[in-house]
Design a protein around this ligand. Structure first.
Ligand SMILES: Nc1nc2c(c(=O)[nH]1)N[C@H]1C(S)=C(S)[C@@H](COP(=O)(O)OP(=O)(O)OC[C@H]3O[C@@H](n4cnc5c(=O)[nH]c(N)nc54)[C@H](O)[C@@H]3O)O[C@H]1N2
Ligand SMILES: Nc1nc2c(c(=O)[nH]1)N[C@H]1C(S)=C(S)[C@@H](COP(=O)(O)OP(=O)(O)OC[C@H]3O[C@@H](n4cnc5c(=O)[nH]c(N)nc54)[C@H](O)[C@@H]3O)O[C@H]1N2
Ligand code: SF4
Ligand SMILES: [Mo]
Length: 712
């Protein structure tokens, strides 16, 4: 054998970087950025190398295991699938279909096999109790797109490559590499805005990596974005800066928006936001006078008490300034394999959760109510769970309660190649192959990308019959379950006769570039660096899925939440809080909860500590690196402090994804850094009323000094 290059896409985050894997047979020699990939142009972040670690890790599970008397034993696929299906069915037969719950984690979105074949299994399970990481993340974006544009996945994306003014509210793309904005090499693309005379403005309680390179940065008090946005809208009406231009025909009701926001002049909100009226008006001026501009809000703006109203107001602001569906503004994408018409538009409130009566969205309940559905006795109580590619004990609010709940289940199944903090108690674990061992096409992230582009990654390493991809696991589970339930698996015939790549091939051949670029899997295989399909294009009215063929503002529905705004901020006179506000952060070398066992990623400054402003540290008598106790209504954690002027006074920041303290997990090796689970502090009772999304930013906490040495 001699060294060869294989071109693929990194599956670890939303940026879709092209990689060149040098390998000699099944030995990976190096992973570098693919310079010829038109989307990422050679860019890569340090996480890409962990694809090699994942592939090689001898401790990664390669065979199903079942737990017998507390001991894990390898079993055949056949036995494992039989046991999973009989275990789940036993619970459903005794207690009803809803007694089985499902939690789907984030990596499902990066896995076309899970996206295309998972639904068959979950449909066959026929349970209402479905949950996912969506409700600790981007749920507000789906709700807003569902109502305004008629489809939950029709989310417009910042046209970063053409804008002259980009305002980033609660996102840190330099660490996250972008989200709901697939954008490789975001640093370069933000720099390019500035080089062409434009502005990048970051509004964040932290002076983040992104804020440091921005043209301007404004601190904002966590959770107060809704007031900033209301004041921005109030200001554009007051100063007659509203001009929806080409959008007027689609927005029959736009003039009424002024009535709802008139009560929020910047002078009324400044005390809460920490943004002075002058700064706010300067921001509005900069935005409104730019030839094109885009206001983009992410994690920090979405996963907080007013996440949905925030995303709605962001969309209104873009629309009222004429910046939706316009070059350099927020634009709809034109993906090559478009699955929009295939999936649900996003059914709203079809069901309500049993205990708290929270409404479902797109067939899922908010994960903030998962633990109570397991812990509260009664008909419909969840007694068994399937957790697929997720780690909810680390990622969802009130970790201790969920941990307790999962340990009480009668039956727990995991689809994962590692034991993690959530599935360590499972009865059976079904491990799929690692990313480089499966075909890959980004069904979701091409839809959310800043440029139309298509690329296909064939599996680099073929695997034997003994190893299964997620889609094969799902197909086996669905077949067995349908046969057991109904005597045949006939509904699966279309899936049995194809593969995920076959489905993508079909989508490409019937997609909008079928003729112009003769797109198919074969064409993409012949172009291993991917095919550029050009910049985002104005797409109204085609982009609309609404019955009226207009943008439906649902003013009463969204602005009903102003009642809560008044209660939270204005019902009692302002007083400085006696607590600190907890927010989250990401590190370039972390990926949610799941790469902390890879040594090369936890070296250096990737650590789990609490960042605190020097004023707060001085008030509390805390010095650099000392251990601090953070307490909330839900729990407490102890971790070292990092004192920095880069955080707003009154705010503390702790990264999520840590707290690796369960034996045997992640291959069983001791962690160089195990950190603590910040979601022991977050509260399952705190949700965004309009969506049920969890509140993970802007959580009230207190801090105290301890004398014991730091634990991480
Ligand atoms: N406090 C706080 N909490 C947060 C956040 C925050 O900012 N602050 N962020 C939230 C967000 S945005 C998200 S998306 C969630 C993430 O939360 P989750 O989705 O629950 O967790 P992950 O850490 O992504 O879990 C990944 C698991 O999937 C497995 N896995 C990886 N790839 C595959 C695969 O291809 N197939 C299968 N079957 N398994 C795979 C890994 O081994 C790991 O066990 O966390 C949320 N939690
Ligand atoms: N390296 C790395 N990359 C990742 C991930 C990862 O874990 N590691 N996770 C991936 C996932 S699942 C997602 S969803 C994306 C998320 O991608 P981003 O949305 O860019 O998420 P963060 O980097 O957490 O940035 C959120 C920012 O919001 C700020 N913030 C917190 N609270 C508030 C608030 O109340 N108001 C405002 N205005 N700002 C606030 C925080 O200080 C932080 O800078 O990243 C993805 N990419
Ligand atoms: S930014 Fe890093 S993790 Fe994300 S796709 Fe690119 S190389 Fe992979
Ligand atoms: Mo996420």
């Amino acid at each position: 054998m001699s060294a060869q290059s294989h071109y693929a896409t990194c599956t670890l985050c939303e940026a879709m970087c092209g990689i060149e894997v040098r390998h000699d047979g099944d030995q990976i020699l190096s992973i570098k950025g693919d310079k010829l990939n038109p989307f990422s142009q050679g860019y890569l972040c340090p996480k890409a190398s962990s694809l090699k670690d994942l592939y090689e890790d001898p401790k990664r599970l390669r065979q199903p295991h079942q737990r017998v008397n507390g001991q894990w034993q390898p079993v055949s696929w056949e036995t494992a699938i039989d046991k999973v299906v009989s275990g789940l069915l036993a619970v459903q037969r005794a207690h009803g279909d809803d007694a089985v719950g499902v939690y789907l984690g984030n990596p499902n979105a990066h896995n076309m096999g899970s996206l295309l074949y998972g639904p068959a299994f979950y449909r066959a399970l026929n349970t209402r109790n479905r949950f996912s990481a969506t409700s600790v993340d981007q749920l507000p974006h789906h709700v807003v797109s569902r109502l305004l544009f008629g489809h939950q996945l029709q989310i417009p994306i910042p046209d970063i490559d053409h804008t002259q003014c980009m305002v980033i509210l609660g996102g840190n793309p330099l660490a996250s590499n972008g989200s709901i904005m697939s954008v490789a090499n975001v640093r370069q693309r933000l720099k390019a805005i500035q080089q062409r005379g434009g502005q990048v403005i970051v509004i964040d309680p932290k002076r983040t990596e992104t804020a440091q390179m921005a043209s301007d940065h404004l601190f904002i008090r966590p959770g107060a974005d809704v007031l900033l946005l209301l004041s921005m809208l109030c200001d554009v009406f007051e100063r007659d800066l509203v001009n929806p231009e080409h959008l007027s025909d689609y927005l029959p009701e736009w003039q009424s928006i002024g009535d709802f926001v008139a009560a929020y002049p910047p002078e009324r909100t400044a005390i809460h936001t920490g943004v002075s009226p002058d700064s706010l008006r300067a921001l509005v001026d900069c935005f409104c006078h730019a030839p094109s501009a885009v206001l983009y809000g992410r994690m920090g703006a979405s996963v907080q008490a007013f996440g949905t109203l925030n995303q709605y107001l962001i969309m209104l602001f873009n629309m009222l300034t004429g910046n939706l569906d316009r070059r350099g503004g927020m634009m709809f994408t034109q993906p090559a394999a478009d699955h929009l018409s295939q999936g649900g538009h996003g059914a709203m409130a079809r069901h309500h959760s049993r205990v708290r009566q929270l409404p479902s969205f797109a067939g899922e309940f908010p994960v903030a109510c998962l633990a109570e559905e397991i812990l509260t006795p009664g008909e419909g109580q969840i007694r068994a769970m399937v957790i697929a590619a997720g780690n909810p004990v680390i990622s969802t609010p009130n970790a201790d309660q969920l941990s307790k709940a999962l340990s009480q289940l009668d039956f727990l199944v995991a689809i994962d190649f590692y034991l993690n903090e959530s599935n360590a108690n499972a009865d059976i674990i079904l491990p799929p192959v690692s990313p480089l061992e499966r075909d890959h096409y980004d069904l979701v992230f091409h839809k959310l990308a800043v440029r139309n582009f298509a690329t296909f990654s064939p599996a680099l390493f073929s695997t034997s019959e003994a190893h299964k991809s997620d889609w094969q696991i799902y197909l086996m589970l669905a077949e067995k379950l349908l046969v057991e339930k109904y005597g045949n698996a006939d509904p699966l015939k279309p899936l049995q006769q194809t593969t995920p790549s076959g489905i993508i091939d079909n989508l490409l051949r019937h997609g909008r570039y079928a003729n112009s670029h003769e797109l198919s899997i074969d064409t993409l295989k012949a172009n291993p660096h991917g095919i550029d399909l050009g910049p985002l294009q104005p797409d109204l009215p085609n982009a609309l899925f609404t019955e009226s063929n207009t943008i439906e503002l649902h003013l009463q529905h969204f602005f009903a939440d102003l009642k809560r705004v008044e209660e939270v901020f204005f019902d009692t006179p302002y007083e400085p809080p006696h607590h600190l506000w907890l927010i989250g952060r990401r590190h370039l070398k972390s990926n949610n909860s799941w790469l902390h066992h890879v040594d090369r990623l936890v070296k250096g400054n990737n650590r789990c500590d609490v960042q605190m402003h020097p004023h707060d540290a001085a008030n509390l008598g805390i010095e650099q690196d000392e251990t601090v106790i953070l307490r909330s209504e839900r729990g407490e954690i102890r971790l070292p402090v990092d004192i920095t002027e880069d955080i707003m006074p009154g705010v503390v920041s702790v990264p999520h994804g840590w707290g690796h303290d369960v034996p045997e997990t992640w291959g069983g090796e001791a962690f160089a850094v195990s950190g603590v689970n910040v979601n022991r502090l977050t509260d399952d009772r705190a949700i965004d009323a309009l969506s049920g999304n969890a509140v993970l930013n802007g959580v009230p906490v207190t801090a105290h000094k301890v004398r014991a040495p730091a634990s991480s």
